[in-house]
Design a protein around this ligand. Structure first.
Ligand SMILES: C=C(OP(=O)(O)O)C(=O)O
Ligand SMILES: [Mg+2]
Length: 570
């Protein structure tokens, strides 16, 4: 029976395909006593063989379709599978204790995991993560439970999941994943941002998707309205197929703006740039006529792998982006890990409030060696284009100064060693903490540019978790509280002759563009798929007219009133 469920529209467009449930099953390794030891050991061997076949296949396909680097993790898993130091003790335990293979494996592996994780050694911590993953795979074969392998998807699907972590999403191949729906999350959770980067429709925060959608159900995702139709009838299907074609047509029409500059109706020039998570995304920004990169979220280079990227690997990634952008301004943000963005190979402390904890620049200033590797890679790459280095989550002027001092120290060392470093790279900061927005005048004297991170700025201003769908009513980009902070940042930047940009999702929101233009925002950075619509919106807006309205808008009492005001301007 057809049913319609609603969530938060996260990425525009319509996708129609079969559901693929991405669910991590509970694997319980209960103890059983065994009498036929040989048969039990043979059962373990069979599970090892099956796991080996899985991994070889996944490795091969990942290497061929995504890249050798991404496939490396599966080679590491294959090594664990064949490691006599793990498998030997499991077999001995089956024999010595007369217990079943699941239990012997789980106990032995847990012992190694606890031991390796407790060591102050990144290599051993990575091995612990590998053992955990491989153990799950072997257990699933022993228990006859299927674990989903998104890397093996070979038909068009809509991924249905409770949640997609950033490391889940980097493994999805957009050639097959036509859209996704999740029960958890909001418009600015990272899975939603990634969907926009990949230009695939998505609806998040549905709450009942996993309960209502079975594997193989036909699903329509309307990422523009937030509707998800499960098991549609013929008529509904036909209606949405038409809607899908109209959407594609509109996208095609907008593409004529790709080579045009971004100018308001009254001739004011702005820059519209793209947000990226990998060097491959830069091509999408250019295809959509982006005038620069306003945010490269480098933490994605650190995800979907089982060890830190080396300085050379990072250098290559930054160089690739700068070369592709060919002299256009390119803002690369230093590592913003923590909060919901975790690394399997880096143990972060358990915190009560991870979004208020050791993340981003706070972590980098604590783990200075790790930070310096990234800064060296950036400095070496700076000769290949117009690089702007940006620090995330800056709360105090002192933090900015400390981060910049480490950068300049590395620059000096490289120069002393004869390594070429660009002379004209800029150093700026994200404004995503209310304290920084309020103190923008003090910061403006020290930075080369600001980029306002509304995703976090809104959550910290409203004290409403950006990922909690139940608080989405509080997560208000148009709240005058947020708008006043934004204006403060732009004005402070301009008083010092500095550029003010925005790379939070608000910059690509068509309703916000006239308002931001009126406040004088210089640079708007967004998902590649929003660039052309934003350019069209700017072209029909008079900056001078909006400028005259700003005081009135900022004196309204609520986000709802602001939105109503904006809708009535015509
Ligand atoms: C752009 C931002 O950074 P992220 O979404 O990566 O936290 C932001 O906070 O607005
Ligand atoms: Mg942020």
């Amino acid at each position: 029976m057809k049913s319609t469920i609603n969530g938060i529209a996260a990425s525009d467009g319509i996708a129609i395909a079969k559901a693929f449930r991405l669910e991590h099953p509970v694997l319980e390794a209960k103890i059983r006593n065994i009498t036929d030891i040989e048969a039990e050991q043979a059962r373990l061997d069979a599970a090892l063989d099956a796991s080996r076949r899985d991994l070889e296949e996944i490795r091969k396909r990942t290497a061929g379709e995504i890249g050798e680097e991404e496939a490396a993790i599966f080679s590491a898993h294959l090594l664990v599978l064949d490691d006599p130091e793990l498998i030997g003790p499991v077999k001995e335990k089956i024999k010595g204790d007369g217990v079943n293979a699941e239990y012997a494996l789980d106990e032995t592996a847990s012992g190694f995991i606890t031991l390796f994780e407790s060591m102050d050694n990144d290599y051993m911590k990575e091995r612990a993560a590998d053992i955990r993953d491989v153990t799950k795979r072997i257990l699933s074969h022993l228990l006859g439970v299927t674990v989903p392998n998104p890397a093996l998807i070979r038909e068009e699907v809509i991924v249905v999941a409770e949640d997609l972590t950033p490391s889940d999403t980097v493994q999805l191949n957009p050639a097959w994943v036509k859209g996704f729906v999740t029960d958890i999350g909001g418009r600015t959770s990272h899975s939603a941002i990634l969907a926009r980067t990949l230009e695939i429709p998505a609806v998040v925060g549905i709450r009942s998707a996993m309960a209502e959608i079975a594997d193989g159900d036909i699903v329509i995702v309307d990422g523009t309205t937030g509707e998800v139709i499960v098991r549609p009838d013929e008529q509904t299907l036909a209606g949405y197929t038409e809607k899908q074609q109209a959407f594609d047509l509109q996208r095609g029409e907008l593409s004529r703006l790709a080579g045009e500059p971004s100018v308001s109706a009254d001739g004011h020039r702005i820059e519209i740039a793209g947000n990226i998570g990998s060097p491959a995304d830069a091509a999408k920004v250019l295809e959509n006529g982006g005038e620069g990169v306003g945010l490269f979220r480098t933490e994605f280079l650190y995800m979907g792998r089982d060890s830190f990227p080396t300085e050379d690997e990072q250098y290559e990634a930054y160089r690739s982006v700068l070369e592709q952008m060919d002299g256009r301004p390119t803002i690369v943000r230093t590592l913003d890990i923590g909060g919901d963005k975790k690394l399997s190979y880096m143990q972060l402390p358990e915190e009560e409030n991870p979004f208020l904890g050791i993340r981003a620049i706070r972590l980098c200033l604590e783990e200075e060696d790790m930070f310096r590797i990234q800064l060296r890679a950036l400095l070496r790459a700076s000769v290949h284009g117009k690089l702007k280095i940006m620090f995330p989550m800056i709360a105090t002027v002192d933090e900015f100064r400390r981060a910049k001092a480490v950068l300049l120290d590395e620059k000096q060392k490289l120069t002393a060693a004869g390594t070429p470093v660009g002379d004209d790279f800029e150093v700026g900061m994200m404004v995503e903490i209310p304290a920084a927005a309020l103190m923008a005048d003090a910061f403006a004297k020290e930075v080369d540019f600001f980029s306002i991170g509304t995703n976090d700025l809104i959550q910290y201003t409203m004290a409403a978790d950006r990922m909690n769908e139940r608080l989405s009513y509080l997560y208000q980009p148009f709240s005058p509280a947020v708008l006043r902070l934004i204006r403060n940042v732009i004005d402070a930047a301009h008083r010092q002759g500095k550029m003010a940009g925005m790379c939070g999702e608000m910059a690509g929101d068509e309703r916000a563009i006239p308002l931001l233009l009126g406040m004088g925002l210089d640079e708007f950075s967004m998902s590649a798929s929003s660039i052309l619509k934003a350019r069209a919106k700017a072209a029909e807006t008079s900056k001078a007219d909006m400028e005259n309205r700003i005081d009135e808008i900022l004196s309204l009492a609520s986000g709802e009133e602001v939105l109503e005001y904006l809708e009535n301007i015509r």
